[in-house]
Design a protein around this ligand. Structure first.
Ligand code: T46
Length: 134
């Protein structure tokens, strides 16, 4: 699988009551979702991630608050600020990811195309560089 990252903007159903966003497999989600988890209550100054996945596809959405996500793959280094519920960061394949600068109110929802499997993780940066061809 080719490693890649991209931002996807979701359509919003808004009316005088407020807003609603729907995510559907094959429509605005480019994979079938098998797992959802969310990260919240992150303590001040704490960073998370520091790993890559071999195959996993994930969509990260800051449904509340903000977080910076640093991604590294191939020869690329990209940094994203997630701070709106109508935007998702799609991360596919062998991408090293780090999450920094969580706002105290941040709720980061993550949709994944596979069940949790520790064997899909590369948690050692040197191993990632080798598998990334460096
Ligand atoms: C990722 C970033 C964005 C489970 O048991 N099941 C799960 O589905 C997940 C995601 C985690 N866990 C356990 C494994 C660890 O004992 O929860 C603990 C914390 O996981 P981790 O340290 O991997 O969390 P983060 O925030 O560093 O990374 C997470 C995801 O693990 C990872 O896939 O891409 O968020």
């Amino acid at each position: 699988m080719t490693a890649d990252t991209s931002l996807i903007r979701f359509g919003v159903f808004g009316d005088n009551r407020g807003s609603l966003i729907a995510l559907e497999n094959g429509h605005n989600l480019p994979f079938d979702v098998k797992r959802v988890y969310y990260i919240y209550g992150t303590k001040e100054g704490v960073s998370r991630g520091f790993h890559a996945h071999r195959k996993l596809k994930q969509m990260l959405i800051a449904v509340r608050g903000s977080v910076t996500v640093k991604c590294e793959y191939g020869d690329r280094k990209k940094e994203y600020t997630l701070n709106r519920p109508d935007e998702g960061l799609l991360i596919e394949g062998l991408v090293w990811r780090e999450m920094h600068d969580f706002s105290p109110d941040c709720v980061l929802v993550v949709l994944a195309d596979e069940y949790y499997s520790e064997s899909d993780y590369i948690r050692d940066y040197e191993t990632f560089l080798k598998e990334n061809g460096k």
